[in-house]
Design a protein around this ligand. Sequence first.
Ligand SMILES: Cc1cc2nc3c(=O)[nH]c(=O)nc-3n(C[C@H](O)[C@H](O)[C@H](O)COP(=O)(O)O)c2cc1C
Length: 208
Amino acid sequence: MHVLTILDHPDPSSFSGAVAKQFNAGALAAGHTVELADLHLEGFDPRWSMADINGEADGAIPADILAEQARIARADAVCFVFPLFWWGMPAMTKGWVDRVWSWGWAYDQLDDPDCSLQRPRTGVLLIPAGARSDEMEERGYAAAIETSWIDGTFGYFGFVQRHLHLLNGSTGSAERREGLLKDAYAAGYDLRSPADGEPKNQASAPPS
Ligand SMILES: Cc1cc2nc3c(=O)[nH]c(=O)nc-3n(C[C@H](O)[C@H](O)[C@H](O)COP(=O)(O)O)c2cc1C
């Protein structure tokens, strides 16, 4: 498969950067090809603008969006790597999702979250988070993330395989972080094809 990894972090030496590297290494070792979209390095502009609004109406899609959509079109699997910010996506990823996966290209209706204009793909979320997994479960944050991204968003993108990996304790001990990087490698190595026909929702969180 061809895998597109979307990295959202301004610091190439960050833990998130290391997670993306390990995921890609695992995917390569399994025989896949990978393409890294380093949104900060590439200077992607996450601001939704009048050009985006007009483009949806008259078909004059901004060139930066066409380039991102072409990358997605080449990919069989898309992996998002971003740190959890206020129990959600950082602004860069949010803007990339808002602008690139647009109405008329990714989906054309709002009433069926499992109906997309896109061909079936695998979607993976690898999310470093400072909080412990038990804290996130007790307070309902883990369920909220699964509901909004796995159930409520990935279907509109055509992701039939959906994998959520919350990398809890990302600011913890060196040993902890090493274990999380191994999980990221395994997520790349074990990547499922969209044709595998397994259940579409598969969340996993390593114990705190
Ligand atoms: C603005 C901001 C908001 C954050 N919000 C959360 C949060 O809601 N939940 C959480 O578990 N960690 C949160 N964190 C912690 C980061 O997810 C964590 O430190 C992560 O490892 C940062 O990625 P990095 O190590 O690649 O820099 C937040 C950090 C920042 C800077």
